[in-house]
Design a protein around this ligand. Structure first.
Ligand code: C5P
Length: 395
C-alpha cells in the first residue's frame, strides 16, 4: 500500500525509539522509501547505525553538516518526503514545533515542511496530560498536523496510562490517507464481507470458507482514498486499524438489514460477502441429539439475495458491484449474474480460491471484460477501485 511513497521519520529522544526500528522495517516491507533524521537525544537510546542498516540510507542528524548539505540539503530533505512522520514525538519536540523553535536538524525540517506531518507521540502519561503538552497538541492540530496515539498501556517508566507509542500497524493505517490521493473524497461506500452463519441448533451452524479479507482490503483502500466507508462484516472477518466504520453481523438476514439501511445513503455498494444461499427452515432450540441415527435430514429455506435487493431499491447506490465465484465459464456466468441481479459490474473469480491470500479474476460490465491478474488482496482491491472509478457517474 505504500509502494514508492517517501517517508521521512523524524526520531525524537524517548525510550520508544527502539519501537521505531520495527516501524521503519514495516514501512520498508510495505514498499515505502524511508529516510531517518535523529535528534541528539534519540541517539542516546539507539545508534544511527540501526536505522542505517534497516533503511540502507544514511541517517541525518546534523544541521551544519556540509557533506550532507551537498548531497541532500535540509530543505530538499523536507520537500523530498511525501509525509514527515514524527516518532516518537516527544513533549519537547511538540513544544518546539508549536513555537517555531528551529535549533537542530529535525526542528528546522519541521519549520520548512509544507506537506503532511503525522505525529506519533510517546511519553510519560503525566507529561502527555500536562496542560503545556495538550496546548501544544491543540496548536499543532489547528495547523494541520495529524496525530496517531498515544495509546493506553504499560509505559517504559513503569507507570500505566495513555503514553505508549501507537502500534506500528496503526501508524501505517494513519499514514495511508496522508499519502494517497483523495480521489474518493465525498463518497459514501458500503462493503459487505466474510461468510454468514446460519444457526441449526444452539451449537451447530451452516457457514462457508470465506475469509472476509478482500472486503477489509477494499474498505482500507477506499477509506485511505477519502471515502466514508462502512464494512458490514460476517463472522471471522479480520480486524483493521484503518479509518472506517464496521458493523458486525451473523446471519444473511442480519446482513441484509444492515446493508439495506446503509445503502440508502451510499454512492457505492460492493458485495464481497459469501452470503449463505440457504438457512435452516426450522432452527431447533437446544442441541439436537444423535440418538442412534445414522443419517439426519434437514430442510433449508432460501435466503434473500442481498445485492439484487439493493440493486432494485428505488434509491439505490449509484454503483452496485457483485462477485461471482465459479468453477468454470467464469465470464459467461458473470454476464448472466450482471443481467439477473441488475448490478453495474460483476467480479468473477474462481470458487477454488475462496479464502486465498491473493485475489484474481475478471471485471465484467455490459461493455467490458478486463482480466485482473493475481495479486496480493490489498493490490487486487486497489485495481477493483480503479475499475469502479473508471465507470464514473454524474454528480
Ligand atoms: O448468485 P451468487 O451467490 O453466485 O452471487 C454472488 C454475489 O451475490 C456476491 O456478490 C454475493 O455477495 C451476492 N449474494 C447476495 N445474497 C445472497 C447470495 C449472494 O448478496 N443470498
Amino acid at each position: 500500500m505504500l509502494t514508492g511513497k517517501r517517508i521521512l521519520i523524524g526520531i525524537g529522544g524517548g525510550i520508544a525509539v527502539y519501537r521505531v526500528a520495527e516501524l521503519a522495517r514495516l514501512l520498508m516491507k510495505q514498499g515505502a522509501e524511508v529516510r531517518c533524521v535523529m535528534t541528539k537525544a534519540a541517539q542516546q537510546f539507539v545508534t544511527p547505525l540501526t536505522f542505517e542498516a534497516l533503511t540502507g540510507e544514511a541517517v541525518h542528524s546534523e544541521l551544519f553538516d556540509l557533506t550532507a548539505e551537498r548531497t541532500m540539503g535540509h530543505i530538499a530533505l523536507a520537500r523530498w518526503a511525501d509525509v514527515l512522520l514524527l516518532a516518537p514525538a516527544t513533549a519537547n519536540l511538540l513544544a518546539k514545533h508549536a513555537y517555531g523553535i528551529a535549533d537542530d536538524l529535525l526542528t528546522t525540517l519541521l519549520q520548512v515542511r509544507e506537506g503532511p506531518v503525522l505525529a506519533a507521540p510517546a511519553m510519560n502519561v503525566s507529561m502527555w496530560r500536562s496542560p503545556a503538552t495538550q496546548a501544544n497538541v491543540a496548536i499543532l492540530r489547528e495547523r494541520g498536523v495529524s496525530f496517531i496515539g498515544p495509546v493506553a498501556g504499560a509505559l517504559a517508566c513503569g507507570e500505566e496510562g495513555e503514553g505508549r507509542l501507537a502500534e506500528p500497524e496503526a501508524i501505517v493505517a494513519a499514514l495511508l490517507p496522508l499519502v494517497s490521493e483523495q480521489k474518493l473524497a465525498g463518497q459514501r461506500w458500503v462493503i459487505n464481507a466474510g461468510p454468514t452463519r446460519e444457526g441449526w441448533d444452539d451449537v451447530r451452524v451452516l457457514s462457508n470458507r470465506a475469509s472476509g479479507r478482500l472486503g477489509v482490503c477494499l474498505a482500507e483502500a477506499a477509506a485511505a482514498m477519502g471515502a466514508r466507508v462502512t464494512l458490514v462484516a460476517g463472522p471471522g472477518t479480520p480486524a483493521s486499524l484503518a479509518g472506517f466504520e464496521r458493523v458486525d453481523v451473523e446471519t444473511a438476514h442480519e446482513m441484509q438489514a444492515a446493508c439495506e439501511s446503509l445503502a440508502k445513503n451510499a454512492d457505492v455498494f460492493v458485495a464481497t460477502a459469501a452470503v449463505s444461499d440457504y438457512r435452516f427452515a426450522a432452527p431447533v432450540e437446544g442441541k439436537i441429539k444423535r440418538e442412534g441415527r445414522e443419517t439426519l435430514q434437514a430442510e433449508f429455506a432460501a435466503n434473500p439475495d442481498i445485492v439484487a435487493g439493493i440493486a432494485a431499491m428505488p434509491e439505490r447506490p449509484r454503483k452496485v458491484i457483485a462477485f461471482a465465484a465459479e468453477r468454470s465459464d467464469h465470464v459467461a456466468h458473470a454476464r448472466d449474474k450482471l443481467a439477473r441481479k441488475k448490478v453495474d459490474a460483476v467480479v468473477a473469480n474462481d470458487a477454488s480460491r475462496m479464502g486465498a491470500a491473493t485475489g484474481s479474476g475478471w471485471w465484467v460490465t455490459v461493455d467490458k471484460v478486463v482480466e485482473l491478474p493475481e495479486a496480493d488482496k490489498a493490490i487486487f482491491a486497489q485495481s477493483l477501485i480503479e475499475q469502479i472509478q473508471a465507470m464514473g457517474w454524474k454528480a
